[in-house]
Design a protein around this ligand. Structure first.
Ligand code: GLN
Length: 299
């Protein structure tokens, strides 16, 4: 069937929402707005206003909407289709092959930001490290929202590509405070041993066999970013915690995201590392156990 010359935004929105709903997309209305906005190079709020005003979409735009809707109906992540993912005060570039940052990780980044801000009062520039940085969600939040000197460690080549692009989007002054390090989080940045104020990480932590239910996660998030290895999924988190113990200065703070069932196990794994003197589990906005904050012995 040939594409009509134009159609009202309200009609397109209604049709797209129904198709997304039928495909099991959890938030069909907001996704319809976001996809239409992406095609029109507008914000979703601008599209909603245009829709209320009775505006129309041209035939060329209708073809493009059809392309992106087909991808979303096949449950490709919205963020991969739009190429952007919001995270705290910024937007990250993401796409096929890279993990999409989650809202719960915004709270984890917030805890690291708070810890850094507490250090800023001392007058010295705090040093902060993001281990398993992915596309840079946490690391960029630290750079933008604090005055810290930040290192972002990542070993996956696809993630590194996005991480570097996201760093390139920062202002020149912000860029001067961040270093991207390609390598294994467990062994990286030996030269900073004992010198860092805050180490933060959202490592892979899903246990083997706990296959994510959402197709967006199961088929589009890279497995290296999901599965933490070992029988409990905590092999990588354990290595990350040891790296944090090595990197942190006395009285340093370690913040690590984990699965909602892993509060006790992550406190125990940190308890096995001599350098740490405390470990407290904190919750995300949905009230689920989500991250651990641990301190190293003060000097
Ligand atoms: N939070 C991810 C998920 O829910 C799991 C992996 C991670 O964030 N480190 O799919």
């Amino acid at each position: 069937m040939p594409t009509p010359e134009r159609a009202s935004l309200a009609q397109v929105y209604a049709q797209v929402t129904t198709r997304l709903e039928n495909a099991g997309v959890p938030t069909p209305g907001p996704d319809a707005d976001a996809l239409i906005a992406h095609v029109m190079h507008k914000t979703p709020a601008e599209v909603r206003t245009a829709r209320a005003r009775g505006d129309y979409l041209s035939g060329a735009h209708l073809d493009e909407v059809e392309d992106v809707v087909k991808r979303r109906v096949a449950r490709e992540p919205l963020q991969h289709i739009c190429g952007r993912a919001p995270f705290r005060t910024h937007e990250l570039r993401v796409g096929p092959g890279v993990f999409v940052p989650r809202p719960e990780t915004e709270v984890v980044a917030g805890a690291a930001i708070e810890a850094i801000r507490a250090r800023e009062h001392s007058g010295e520039v705090p040093y902060a490290i993001d281990l398993c940085a992915g596309s840079g969600a946490i690391a960029l939040a630290l750079v933008r929202e604090t005055q810290a000197r930040v290192w972002a460690v990542e070993r996956d080549v696809y993630a590194l590509e996005y991480l570097r692009r996201n760093v390139a989007d920062l202002t020149e002054t912000e860029r001067s405070r961040i270093t991207v390090t390609a390598g294994d989080a467990r062994t990286a940045l030996d030269s900073l041993n004992g010198q860092c104020d805050v180490v933060v990480s959202n490592p892979p932590y899903i246990p083997p066999g706990a296959t994510p239910l959402e197709p967006e996660v199961a088929h589009h998030d890279p497995q290296v970013a999901l599965y933490g290895l070992g029988p409990d999924g905590l092999e990588i988190p354990r290595g990350v915690a040891r790296a944090a113990a090595r990197l942190l200065s006395p009285g340093g703070i370690f913040v690590m995201e984990h699965g909602q069932e892993q509060g006790e196990a992550t406190r125990a794994l940190v308890g096995d590392i001599d350098a740490f003197v405390s470990a407290v589990t904190h919750q995300d906005l949905a009230g689920r156990d989500r991250y651990l904050v641990a301190h190293t012995q003060s000097g």
